[in-house]
Design a protein around this ligand. Structure first.
Ligand SMILES: [Zn+2]
Ligand SMILES: [Zn+2]
Length: 379
């Protein structure tokens, strides 16, 4: 005999406080923003403050809620943590504890039924639809490490008053100090909240829809510069899902990742430390592995692909080892430099030469690899 659970009326399935907030704030921003500009005009100091506050809100979510609290990709000084928790609360995206618990569930169960913002339920659902439903919002918090952190639990306990004070109270007060409490409330309050929320929501929707699956083709997460622009650097999402412990999302120096630059700046100031980073060899290995599957799929022989891959990785490993030898040799021989001058210079030149040869082998290997990839017909 089968028992059927009675279907709940749709109104009982809605997470009303969140749903109303998500409906009312964009409407209010849409109506009040033009009204504000029409009645008061452009108040530049207030607009600059709003822009800085918006960037700080986004960065508190990306560098704080996401890369620090959810993934522990670096350690932070209590001052940085306090700032992330206070400014992060002003973004009305929930407490850091709840946010991180949901986000860790997203990583563990990506694209599955237990993924709170599962992209397979549709773009809108992953974007913000999931926030309207009790069943996806009311998930048990599972983050024992964060529950031991008094700052995180304090923010969680007093989240609502903190969010109201920092999200609406502070901007209204600063607006008043700049001659327009109304402007502070509308622009640095409501409009900022709506825009920063949308930036975060794009990570869950667009980052799983648009871009390349550079490091793993088994997951929906994608890498896109365009999305990185919208999300303060979170757009290199395929990399992030593959290597969530890395404090960077954009690994090249020119990748648009202001969150990574913020973490580095904090580290320079002594407010962030133990920045975790995956080695270049591991990253290259994952990339070649993902591309191997593609090459095989298009008819290239498996043993040939393996051979090419091994040649590249071997050269890369050798470069790393030789560079370490070079640095070590310099340290070891520093004291005896004068007496061993000729031998010393000779040895250094020899390692340098070997590095150049390994680099060339690596480049040749990569060229051969790319030539095979270019031969794949564009689908
Ligand atoms: Zn993540
Ligand atoms: Zn994701």
């Amino acid at each position: 005999m089968t028992t059927q659970t009675p279907q709940k009326h749709w109104t009982a399935r809605i997470e009303w406080p969140v749903a109303l907030f998500l409906i009312i704030t964009p409407l209010a921003a849409l109506i009040l923003t033009p009204l504000y500009f029409m009645s008061v005009g452009f108040q530049w100091p207030l607009l600059v403050f709003s822009l800085i506050f918006a960037a700080a809100t986004n960065l508190s979510v990306t560098a704080g809620y996401h890369r620090l609290f959810s993934h522990k990709s670096y350690d932070a000084h209590p001052v940085a943590k306090a700032l992330f928790l206070l400014i992060g609360a002003s973004g009305f995206q929930g407490s850091a504890l709840k946010w991180s618990s949901d986000h860790r569930r997203h990583h563990t169960h990506i694209d599955g039924d237990k993924d709170p913002y599962n992209i397979n339920e549709g773009f809108w659902y992953a974007h913000m639809g999931w926030l309207f439903l009790k069943e996806s919002v009311d998930q048990k918090i599972q983050a024992p490490d964060l529950e031991k952190d008094w700052m995180v639990t304090f923010q969680h306990k007093y989240y609502v008053p903190l969010a109201i004070i920092t999200g609406f109270g502070v901007p209204t007060l600063i607006g008043w100090m700049m001659g327009s409490p109304w402007g502070g409330f509308v622009i640095a309050g409501i409009l900022r909240i709506v825009l920063t929320q949308q930036s975060t929501f794009f990570v869950n929707s667009l980052c799983h829809t648009l871009g390349k699956q550079t490091y793993s083709k088994d997951i929906s997460a994608r890498d896109s510069v365009f999305v990185a622009f919208l999300t303060h650097g979170e757009g290199y999402h395929n990399f992030h899902h593959k290597f969530q412990i890395d404090y960077r999302n954009g690994i090249k120096w020119y990748h648009w990742d202001p969150t990574k630059w913020t973490i580095r700046t904090l580290s320079f100031m002594g407010l962030a430390y133990k920045l975790r980073q995956i080695s270049n060899i591991e990253i290259l290995k994952a990339r070649l592995h993902a591309e191997s599957a593609e090459l095989q799929h298009h008819g290239f022989a498996e043993d040939k692909i393996i051979m090419m891959k091994e040649k590249i990785l071997e050269a890369q490993t050798r470069i790393k080892k030789l560079r370490e030898d070079y640095a070590q040799f310099k340290v070891d021989a520093a004291k005896k430099r004068e007496e061993l001058k000729d031998a010393y210079d000779h040895k250094l030149a020899e390692i340098k030469r070997e590095i150049e040869i390994a680099k060339m082998e690596f480049e040749v290997g990569m060229k051969q690899w790319h030539a095979h990839r270019r031969a794949i017909p564009i689908s």
